[in-house]
Design a protein around this ligand. Structure first.
Ligand code: 3PG
Length: 306
């Protein structure tokens, strides 16, 4: 049996070594397709793969059609909006993610970017500190929980909104639960987005919410670009020159925003939240173990498709 690791944005070499150890240790063959530049390369490589490990690589009908022997796709990471779940189910392919494995890395980047924005992108002028400021965590999943833990170390006031997470979990983490989305934006100088990209959340954060933010508000997006209503955000930034937007994902309107809002916006050139050796090792090895567990023993604990 063959397991293909297809990563347009490669794992750290040390993580690849760990993945190899798990896959080859189980007696399977490992094929590595890194930094591929065309979908055709992926289609060719996946043709005889029994298992597939990916990151944000797109697995759609075309890929699944080409993958005649495929039994499982593991997204080494949290968000699986890059995989067509319906098509996977129709092709009899199990889809899994590796929840929590890269969440600390993403949470640390939230603060890397929040400090940068609070210090005026390090332009030499006086900025502000995070201590005693209020941070609102929009969705209290694995990343949101790590953000809360780190925020407390900064001495921040922490609140969170998550309709899918019981209040007790939020309270137990020492965080104030918020139930009104508008209140989350109104009350917090920093809002950090951790909602997945779903039909419910796409383009859900825009003008109406962002303009509620207090003076000198900072919106931090390490989630997905799709959750932002970009025309709405642009309008908000035009009307409110005090607001800043920092994101680990280049918006579609990155050029326009960088030009119009120089010094108030920052975008990583590639998604960098999970790009640490630790996160690569954690997520990559978890993905390899889950792949083996399914191929060898039929265990599908982290299955996300029906
Ligand atoms: C995730 O959903 O796990 C993160 O967005 C990381 O994505 P990446 O593996 O493409 O860096």
């Amino acid at each position: 049996m063959k397991v293909l690791v297809a990563t347009e944005k490669p794992f750290a070499a040390v993580a690849v070594d760990g993945i190899r150890e798990v896959i080859e240790g189980a007696g399977y063959e490992l094929e590595l397709l890194e930094k591929y530049s065309s979908k055709a390369d992926l289609l060719a490589a996946v043709a005889d793969a029994d298992g597939l490990i990916i990151r944000s690589d797109v697995v759609d009908k075309e890929v699944l059609d080409a993958a005649k022997q495929l039994k499982i796709v593991v997204r080494a990471g949290a968000g699986y909006d890059n995989v067509d779940l319906k098509e996977a189910t129709a092709h009899n392919v199990v889809v899994e993610n590796t929840p929590g494995q890269n969440s600390n890395a993403v949470a640390e980047l939230v603060f890397g970017m929040a400090v940068m924005a609070a210090r005026n992108m390090y332009n030499g002028t006086s900025g502000t500190e995070l201590k005693d400021k209020a941070i609102g965590i929009h969705a209290f999943g694995q990343v949101g929980r790590n953000v809360a833990r780190i925020a407390k170390g900064f001495g921040m006031e922490v609140s969170a909104l998550d309709p899918y997470c019981p209040d007790e979990v939020i309270v137990e983490a020492g965080v104030k639960p918020v139930h009104d989305l508008k209140q989350l934006y109104r009350d917090n100088k920093i809002v950090s987005l951790h909602i997945p990209a779903t039909d419910e959340t796409r383009r859900s954060v825009g003008y109406d919410l962002v303009t509620l933010m207090p003076k000198n508000g900072i919106l931090v997006n390490t989630a997905r670009k799709e959750v932002i209503d970009e025309p709405g955000l642009i309008k908000a930034l035009e009307e409110r020159p005090d607001l800043k937007y920092v994101a680990d994902i280049k918006p579609d309107a990155a050029d326009e925003m960088s030009e119009k809002f120089a010094g108030r916006v920052f975008f990583t050139p590639k998604k960098m939240g999970a790009q640490t050796a630790e996160a690569n090792i954690n997520a990559g090895i978890a993905a390899a173990r889950q792949t083996v567990a399914y191929l060898r023993d039929g265990i599908d604990k982290f299955k996300v498709n029906k």
